[in-house]
Write a protein that binds this ligand. Structure first.
Ligand SMILES: [Zn+2]
Length: 532
């Protein structure tokens, strides 16, 4: 059992059987050509100077460039040359190629030298990108330009579409409109105010999506202000996944208490049971499991889940020495039951014949992987700081690190390398409880203030945990919807203009990193020197 399986002719470094890759690619390529395309120079040198894939990569680079250029030229007849070039660069850049390669589990097929193997070469963007180009080159040689073109379309049309949506920074208003349409969030609405004398006017724009302000901008023209607001909103939606952050009830990234609720559900319904059959219904759900679906399914069959754990927003189930690691992304759910839904990505049945476990994920940002030796702390998440509920959490050491950061305190609370699991809502609530303004520079905090704040973080999250736990009676584990803070009264978050529960002053909302910060102007006085 392991991430890398052995091939019949060579050692572990020879990668998986290329025939599997050929089936995924769906092209009539010769096995020898595919093998050559998968031969990294590190493997070639260690095995008596075999031919490497570098000449194929050189060729594939041009084939890819031609097909992408042609697609852009025909698909975007109104774009000038400079913007077409920007788009093409975004599509064929290393990171984008590596992502496509990961979707194919290409890393597990590469014939790789020992040195690269031990330093994680199978997931290195440069190696993945080069190998993908070599594969395209080999398809061109064996099957001709028509097959190669069809393959590039299958692999890259979604990338081209995404790059075009982003507009490569061309027109943020259009990009935002396309994104909100794709995400079914409604049409963006702009409000523009102007100020200043005629010869020196300035404009301020705000854009609302689904009724909530997602971006603001300023400029010398109305258009410039709107473009800036659109860019901020686009970033908020696509990168931070924060739609709904200012409007509880809409799609929201689950915060730590929700994930902890899921973990305790797993503990109750899944721990102690032995897996019978695993079925991967969508390859994207295991894209980080490099050895692919067949390996994932085989590796988990017959394993017993011994315990459930969590760090930040990651969950894992220990199985012997290994860990089944899961991240729920934005819309992931773990459900216990007997019926698939249209969004079921992975299904686990158990030898006891009881209810199945399903990983459902409408938007497929979430994923699962098996991490060998990861039962205590899976390596891929070892860099994430402990959260306030872990034994490893050291409040005193953290207080020292926060003070030396010299940033605003809210920004520090959201920094996952300092403390994990604190999202926008809990940060505002904890700061209110500790009577600290969000823009307080960390170096001005006293020891007492810092420990008061860390205690407030624990208290706020513990309350949400208790509330979240109550939605657990039914036989399913659900992170979106009725858990945690949605059902309980918040003190400041989302309460602009309403009375402070402690002093009666009106809660105010400030702009903060493309989002909002809520505070009570009386209980949480703004510091003279504020750090955003
Ligand atoms: Zn107050």
């Amino acid at each position: 059992m392991g991430v890398i399986s052995q091939s019949p002719d060579g050692g572990v470094n020879a990668g998986r059987d290329p025939a599997e890759l050929q089936r995924v690619l769906g092209v009539p390529i010769f096995p020898e050509s595919l093998e050559r395309a998968l031969t990294h120079r590190s493997y070639a040198y260690e095995n008596g100077n075999l031919p490497t894939n570098e000449r194929l990569e050189f060729l594939g680079d041009s084939v890819l460039g031609l097909v992408v250029t042609d697609t852009l030229y025909c698909g975007y007849p109104n774009l000038p040359e400079g913007q077409l070039a920007k788009l093409r660069a975004a599509v064929v850049q290393m990171g984008a190629l590596a992502e496509v390669a990961r979707e194919l589990s290409l890393g597990s097929f590469i014939r790789l030298g020992k040195g690269e193997e031990v330093t994680g070469g199978r997931d290195k963007p440069s190696i993945l990108a080069d190998t993908l180009e070599a594969v395209i080159g080999a398809v061109y040689i064996d099957c001709g330009l028509t097959e190669a073109t069809a393959l590039v379309h299958r692999l890259f049309d979604p990338v081209i579409k995404r790059a075009a949506q982003l507009g490569a920074g061309l027109d943020w208003k259009t990009s935002l409109q396309e994104l909100t349409a794709v995400e079914m969030l409604g049409v963006p609405e702009y409000t523009v105010t102007e100020s200043g004398p005629d010869h020196q006017k300035s404009f301020r724009a705000e854009v609302r999506v689904g009724g909530q302000v997602l971006g603001a901008g300023a400029g010398r023209t109305k258009k410039a202000a709107e473009q800036q607001a659109a860019e901020a909103a686009w970033t908020a939606i696509s990168e931070h996944g924060t739609v709904g952050q200012d409007n509880p009830g809409q799609l929201t990234m689950p915060e730590l208490p929700e994930v902890e609720t899921v973990r305790s559900g797993l503990d109750k319904y899944v721990v102690g049971r032995t897996v019978d059959i695993v079925t991967v219904l969508h390859p994207r759900a295991i894209r980080r499991h490099l050895a692919g679906a067949t390996d994932f399914e085989a590796a988990l069959k017959g394993r017993t889940f011994d315990a459930s754990s969590r760090r930040g927003k990651y969950l894992w189930l220990a199985a012997g020495e290994d860990a089944l690691l899961a991240h729920l992304g934005m819309s992931g759910q773990l459900l216990v039951g007997t019926t698939d839904t249209p969004h079921t990505r992975i299904r686990f049945t158990f030898t006891d014949g009881g209810e199945d476990l399903r990983f459902d994920d409408q938007r497929t940002f979430g994923h699962m992987m098996l991490v060998p030796g990861g039962k205590d702390l899976p390596a891929p998440i070892a860099h994430i700081a402990p959260d306030p509920f872990e034994e490893a959490f050291d409040a005193r050491a953290l207080a020292g690190r926060i003070r030396t950061k010299r940033i605003g305190i809210k920004r520090a609370l959201l920094d996952q390398s300092l403390i994990s699991g604190v999202g926008n809502i809990y940060a505002d609530e904890a700061l209110w409880l500790a009577k600290l303004h969000w823009a307080r520079p960390t170096e001005t905090l006293t020891g007492t203030e810092t420990s008061r704040l860390l205690q407030a973080v624990r208290d706020v999250m513990a309350d949400a945990l208790i509330a979240g736990g109550t939605s657990f009676d039914s036989l399913y584990v659900n992170v979106n919807g009725e858990s945690g803070y949605f059902s309980r009264e918040l003190n400041v978050y989302g309460r602009e203009g309403q009375e402070c529960h402690r002093c009666g002053a009106q809660i105010r909302r400030d702009h903060f990193m493309n989002r909002s910060a809520y505070s009570c102007p009386r209980c949480q006085p703004r510091p003279r020197r504020a750090r955003p």
